[in-house]
Design a protein around this ligand. Sequence first.
Ligand code: MSP
Length: 517
Amino acid sequence: MSGRFYISTPIYYVNERPHIGHVYTTTVADTVARTRRIEGLDVFSLTGTDEHAAKVVEAAAERGLETREWADRNAAAFEDAFAAFGIDNDDFIRTSEPRHIHFVEEVIAALEATGDVYLGQYEGWYDASQEEYVPEGRAKEHDFCSPVTGRPLVRRTENNYFFKLSGYADAMLAHLEAHPEFVQPAARRNEVEARIREGLDDVPISRTGGGDWGVKFPGNPEHLIYVWIDALLNYSSAVATEERRHYWPADVHLIAKDILWFHAVIWPAMLMALQKTEDFAWLALPGMVYSHSFWISEGQKMSKSLGNFVDLEQLERYRDRFGLDALRFFLVTQGPLGTNDSDFAESRFIEVYNNDLANTVGNAVSRVSNMTGRYLDGRFATVVETGDLRDQVEALEIDEGPLGLGRVAKGLELVRRVDGFVETTQPFRLAKETGREEEVAVILYQCAETLRIASLHLWPALPLQMEELWRRMGLPYAEEIAAGRGAFAAWSAWGGLPAGAGLDKGPALFPRYQDEG
Ligand code: MSP
């Protein structure tokens, strides 16, 4: 293997069941992980659950359940959901696991020893709905209501342990300057930078009087470590073993805009503080925090009060109707990856499915396999080294973007080129004329070869159907990738479809969807 790659998702709160937001981020992370796996990198992709929040305790109590029981149930719901949506994560971490709790205790003790964590008193505006304090200026700006949920803030005074965030403003600004890619997209980086320039206060990292669901502060068990500090450390605790340490630092923390501050400022500052310790100096800063935007549903913000979350049941219906690949493809290509929110609307789903999958990928594969069957007995006698389509394939350059997902768009464009090439060269017409067999074979080889190359680009988003195509071509890519021997660069070079290879016919990969209504 030629290198390693580590991508994480947020760990999700277990007060509720999963919905589209969670499936989305995890599907995008899975797609990114696959773009690296097919390159042969040693990939570690992590997801999991954040369990020590007060709202988990409340949600369990409302149902008359033990907190642990409710947490177990929902953690299992997340794990099952991700499996059901084809996520191939390498680990699923729960913050209630001993491996995580011990790690958090050790880290906090080490930070106390350096003076980055100290006992003090805090008074401020608390946003109970987000479990965070809102700085004075921001609280005022939002009329003393939560900037996220709009619920009233409450004035709170407590004895807390603090993290010396104030000591890291200059270092954070310097880091952002030296590594402009650290926070993406660029607009998010600018927001973060502007907020750091307003000044950084120390942050409370413990609470008292909230029962005992959480990680106890080492040496002072009346204090529980604040859920966010506990949660962020999951990214490191998951790889804190001998066998996994080489995965650190994470290449990408994929998150959404709601939790940008914690990931882009508090987390790297904690890691900077840990650089001073002996035991945790291995925790260098991650490569990138990528913060996407939000899905809304049929034009409206999703909220509990509107009860319009696109929930698991709804996502399952899409999967069962259009196929898992279609759902993944829609999420990845139409989702809120940039700074705008995206609308999850049925009509849009059907339009994208029919245009890109049924009429493009599915149609090209069936056309080319039908003609190959009819005119070439399903086999390519020789590798075609030169031709117009090859030239087009080699000239096509698409920016892969910070997450590598531009590759999926490139795959789709390659398929469109096959369609265009069939339209201009008309092999079905040539096949009716005598003496033109050679030309037909040259055209169809180029078409199949381009589809093969396209499939390598599309696989991260469409793993099931691209693997089906590979079976029809008799190519062992799926097995090679699973064995850690992906070789995207070599495989995607022209000529990989060997002489004698075939392209078997089979059922449509993406049958056109017609509304029964
Ligand atoms: N537990 C914290 C994260 C700790 S990470 C160290 C948390 N959990 S959460 O369950 O609320 O999940 C938030 C994340 O879920 C978002 O950052 C995003 O990845 C995903 N989404 C939740 N709702 C979403 C949408 N409506 N649209 C897209 N993704 C969203 O915050």
